[in-house]
Design a protein around this ligand. Structure first.
Ligand code: FMN
Length: 171
């Protein structure tokens, strides 16, 4: 079975998970893939960061499901949120229909946040969010955690997190 891990990563967290997965499976890996890069594989694993509730680059998969039919597909989203079940369910419901979720593996792998590694555009966006958070009087735990992360990068990535995805691909 030919397997590929394809991914898009802005600040390196998804890249790290993709490399761990490729190493574990001994499979090919491709950054910033095009559809032609993944069609020749039996199993396609796609990973991308979560940005404003979206999934970086996942349209490569969701817009091409007809071309990918018959392949085993697993998706992994990498964000800085703690991965609460109801929040991740809402996320996956925006990405895939209930029917698609029955055969596509959906995994959340917690990444981190490093302001210095953001693109210029994302720095502007995140500075705006920072001002908003600073003005918020009663911050939630997540909001406070986010605010703290501007000064001190956080990294929750852990190789063990890939285990359920590896099991899905191997079974
Ligand atoms: C502009 C911006 C928006 C973000 N939105 C979310 C989000 O909606 N949910 C989340 O969990 N993390 C969010 N994050 C955090 C990233 O998903 C996190 O840093 C992730 O590890 C990035 O992975 P990457 O570096 O591989 O792209 C956001 C980060 C930025 C810069």
């Amino acid at each position: 079975m030919k397997t590929i891990v394809a991914y898009r990563s802005k600040s390196g967290y998804t890249k790290k998970y993709a490399e761990w997965i490729a190493q574990e499976l001994g499979c090919d890996i491709k950054e910033d893939p095009k559809i032609s890069d993944i069609l020749g594989y039996d199993t396609v694993i796609y990973g991308g960061g979560m940005y404003a509730g979206g999934f970086n680059g996942v349209k490569l998969i969701t817009k091409n499901l007809d071309k990918l039919s018959g392949k085993k597909i697993a998706l992994f989203a990498v964000g800085s949120n703690p991965g609460r079940e109801h929040e991740m369910k809402a996320f996956w419901d925006r990405v895939l229909t209930a029917e698609q979720q029955k055969y596509i593996g959906c995994f959340y792998l917690r990444g981190g946040f490093d302001f210095d590694r953001l693109t210029a555009r994302d720095k502007v966006l995140m500075k705006m969010l920072k001002v908003k958070l600073q003005k918020t009087k009663e911050r939630t735990e997540d909001e406070q955690g986010m605010l703290d992360a501007y000064d001190k990068p956080v990294d929750f990535s852990n190789k063990e997190n890939i285990r359920p995805l590896i099991n899905f691909v191997m079974k």
